[in-house]
Design a protein around this ligand. Structure first.
Ligand code: F3S
Length: 397
């Protein structure tokens, strides 16, 4: 059966397009129809959840804020929707050195989303806060690392939505059926055999860089990862989606989807992973330590708190996390232990979308994704190192 176009709408969708459900829903339907036609979708499908990027005022500016305010006049979400990180910690922004002027605008952005009925939890790890789709579920998520995690680890189906298309999906409860919503686009085309020992999240981030660069837009089937924690997989997902164009892989023994192992194969060995690590490190003095890209899990917070206990940081250190994860960790005393060291908790935000360009010279991180955007967006030099080494640098002379 031909899965592609022309796009046919149901009566209900036609009515929304004609403006019967209000101006925002009409605009949203126009976006979905335009995308559906561009990508040759035959129909729209319902989505179970939405994750919306384009939340930081640093990226949106006044034009983006005006667009959201207009949509918020009568736009209301039809499915559960959460947000990507904002440009600041929505409560402790002063502690992170954010200006009053920025905070005012950022709050207006959040208010606009809240008026639409979006849950204003700002995180790139919605799967840590209860938004965890199952195999085969259709969703519309924007954040590339979360898209890759949802597709590859959870077996859900989502394209890499832009901010406006994710918002359109939230306002209609629909998305156009193309790309990774369709069986044929999800098939792997190259088998990547990993012949290397992987231990730290940083190892998985480096592997993701190599895989992403080798694969580009092609969907890989990864074999040879013997064991991986959730944190290691989130690191791999963030990295593959950053350094390559695809936000889907299948990994033997990890991904839930049944697919055929492709004939074409490439091998990745320890030398390539080591080289990737070296490429992400400039030889510079570190003045900023960034941990939590993607946002930290409860397990990571426990490890960080343990490593920091009884020590003082001598460099600006941010630990990025979803607010609900932070609140749960408060009960365990982890946040107090981290704060006692002088490290800062950056809830709701991250080092890439916060307005910190020019504030630091060299950022140390265990995230390959943070390296990419730290260099590209914030013009930082970078040091790429595993968590233990980061804490050593943070607390060193
Ligand atoms: Fe998340 Fe920001 Fe990294 S959105 S994946 S912490 S760049």
């Amino acid at each position: 059966m031909d899965a592609y176009g022309p796009l046919a709408l149901t009566e209900e969708e036609e009515a929304t397009l004609a403006g019967e459900d209000g101006r925002a829903a009409k605009k949203a339907m126009e976006i979905l129809v335009a995308l559906g036609n561009i990508y040759g979708a035959k129909r729209l499908i319902e989505v179970k959840s939405v994750q919306i990027a384009g939340v930081s005022y640093d990226n949106l500016g006044d034009a983006g804020l005006a667009f959201l305010r207009e949509i918020a006049l009568d736009g209301r979400v039809r499915v559960p929707a959460t947000l990507n990180p904002a440009g600041m910690d929505l409560q402790d922004w002063k502690e992170l050195g954010i200006s009053e002027a920025f905070a005012e605008k950022q709050n207006q952005v959040i208010e606009a989303f809240a008026r639409m009925g979006v849950m204003t939890t700002c995180t790139c790890t919605p799967y840590f806060i209860g938004n965890e789709p199952g195999p085969g579920d259709s969703i519309a998520w924007s954040e590339s690392s979360a898209v890759c995690y949802a597709n590859s680890v959870l077996g859900a189906r989502t394209n890499r939505e832009g901010g406006p298309s994710a918002l359109a999906a939230a306002l209609t409860g629909k998305t156009a059926a193309y790309g990774f919503h369709l069986e044929e686009a999800r098939q792997p085309v190259v088998c990547v055999e990993v012949d290397a020992f992987l231990d730290e999240m940083a190892d998985f981030g480096a592997l993701g860089k190599v895989v992403g660069e080798k694969m580009g837009n092609r969907v890989p089937y990864i074999d040879g990862i013997r064991r991986a924690t959730t944190d290691q997989l989130k690191s791999l997902c963030a990295s593959i989606a950053t350094y390559g164009g695809t936000a889907l892989f299948h990994a033997a023994g990890i991904s839930p989807e049944t697919v055929k192992r492709p004939r074409e194969r490439v091998t990745i060995g320890p030398e390539e992973i080591e080289q990737a690590k070296q490429e992400m490190s400039d030889d510079e003095d570190v003045d900023f330590i960034a941990i939590g890209c993607p946002h930290c899990s409860p397990a990571e917070l426990r490890r960080i708190a343990g490593l920091l206990r009884g020590k003082r940081v001598s460099r600006e250190t941010w630990i990025a996390v979803a607010r609900p994860v932070k609140e749960a960790a408060e009960g365990e005393g982890l946040i107090a232990a981290i704060r006692e060291s002088g490290a800062k908790i950056a809830a709701d935000t991250c080092f890439v979308v916060a307005p910190i360009r020019g504030r630091f010279r060299c950022m140390a991180t265990n995230s390959a994704k943070a390296v990419f955007y730290g260099r590209a967006k914030n013009r930082f030099k970078t040091v790429f190192a595993p968590l233990e080494k980061l804490i050593e640098i943070a607390t060193g002379p």
